[in-house]
Design a protein around this ligand. Structure first.
Ligand SMILES: [Cu+2]
Length: 124
């Protein structure tokens, strides 16, 4: 019964090869890299203001970076440097404030309406 067994194996191999060949054209047309969305171009230089907090509370950027604060809370806030080197108007949901950090150093800031809201920008 060797011959029968051998021919069964050969048939199985042929089926596997045929399956692989048949799968080739369809699998080559759809790369599996579609799950990763393109990262935001300026990701890492935006601070979200929501729920009475700056997120991230500490942001590290390189000199010359323009940082954007996105106001997205139910009440108005400001972005006010502790040393007053920058200061926004009170701003509400949907508004943005931008400041460019030219020189290295750490700048702490807060909300002048809610002084317990604190954040810092580390420029290096
Ligand atoms: Cu506030």
């Amino acid at each position: 019964m060797r011959g029968t067994k051998a021919s069964h194996s050969a048939a199985a191999i042929l089926l596997v090869v045929a399956g692989a060949l048949a799968g080739c054209p369809s699998s080559s047309g759809s790369p599996s890299a579609t799950a990763t969305p393109a990262p935001a171009a300026s990701g890492g230089s935006t601070v979200e203001i929501d729920n009475f907090a700056f997120t991230p509370a500490t942001l590290t950027v390189s000199p010359g970076t323009s940082v954007t604060w996105k106001f997205d809370d139910s009440t108005e806030h400001t972005v006010t440097a502790d040393d007053n080197s920058f200061n926004s108007q009170p701003m509400g949901a949907g508004q943005t404030y931008e400041h460019t950090f030219a020189t290295a150093g750490t700048l702490s800031y807060h909300c002048s309406i809610h002084p317990f809201m604190k954040g810092s920008i580390e420029v290096r």
